[in-house]
Design a protein around this ligand. Structure first.
Ligand code: SAM
Length: 275
């Protein structure tokens, strides 16, 4: 069985992924995001995020009559969307920068035709051009410079066949400033708990969320780890212009809540762009 899985699900290591320090963890890497969080991500956010995403995704696919044989989910996390897409098409590539999230994803998705690639938004290269590209649950907000966002959008466009669709969502300033805000939250999970301290910087438009996770080990002790998650918000016009500059011919932006018109209360924007 294990051998069969190894044949079906390949994890391709990116050739140009940059890591400042090794995985032993020092400096920035000591608080690298999506390490221990991978163990509790689905319970805390992944499962419910996927349900919301699927509803909007299905509506957009029906509205635009999107057909696809090959697809990619960039920043695929624990693989919910890859699992969903591979049940509807022949080949799906799941790309993510976190080896820990990819490990969870490769346990979840064992279907033939799925491939996981450890690469970043700004340097990923797919083995083939795809008909559909998704990037879900505010993953692009993790890019902290406008140049990197523009580069990622160019890569999205370059990875698609002409006529292919890109669907992704991003948090707005309203979400990062007022909902995440500056606060402390304690989350209970099955095998431990997590303390999340967030701080909004209005100048940089970055919310810095320090996660201190305590996960119960087999020996009864709690393992403590810290991760720093930073998300930045971008103007809607900048993102729409970036999509057009990247080569998308048709661009739409919706309030993720009900796929309505974007307004000042919008917390998450769902983008649809056609190459
Ligand atoms: C909020 S999670 C979303 C995961 C998944 N898309 C979902 O809907 O549950 C953000 C994901 O973005 C990934 N990520 C963050 N920065 C990245 C980068 N520069 N390149 C690729 N993936 C990145 C993280 O590893 C993590 O899996």
């Amino acid at each position: 069985m294990a051998q069969e899985v190894a044949v079906r699900v390949k994890i391709l290591k990116g050739t140009r992924r940059k890591r400042a320090v090794d995985d032993a963890g020092s400096g920035e890497n000591a608080t690298r995001p999506y390490r221990q969080l991978a163990l509790i991500y689905d319970e805390l956010v992944g499962d419910s995020a996927f349900d919301c995403w699927r509803e909007n995704f299905d509506r957009l696919v029906a509205r635009y009559s999107i057909e696809y044989e090959a697809a990619a989910d960039i920043a695929c996390g624990t693989g919910h969307a890859v699992a969903y897409l591979i049940s509807r098409c022949d080949r799906v590539y799941g790309v993510d920068i976190s080896p820990e999230m990819l490990q969870v994803a490769s346990f979840r998705v064992r279907a033939q035709g799925s491939t996981f690639i450890e690469q970043s938004f700004t340097d990923f290269e797919l083995p083939e051009k795809v008909d559909l590209l998704t990037c879900n649950f505010d993953s692009l907000n993790y890019l902290l410079s406008a140049e990197d966002v523009a580069e990622a959008l160019r890569r999205f466009a370059d990875s698609l066949k002409p006529g292919g669709y890109c669907i992704f969502d991003m948090n707005t300033t309203r979400e990062l400033e007022l909902e995440w805000g500056t606060s402390v939250l304690v989350h209970r999970v099955n095998n431990g708990f997590a303390v999340w301290e967030s701080e909004w910087d209005p100048q940089l438009r970055i919310n810095s969320l320090r996660m201190t996770n305590f996960i119960l080990r087999e020996d009864g002790l709690y393992e403590r780890s810290e991760e720093m998650h930073r998300e930045r918000s971008y103007d809607l016009d900048f993102l729409i212009d970036g999509l057009r500059d990247a080569g998308f011919s048709h661009v739409e932006a919706y309030d993720a809540k009900g796929l309505a018109v974007v307004n000042e209360d919008t917390r998450r924007v769902h983008f649809l762009a056609r190459r």
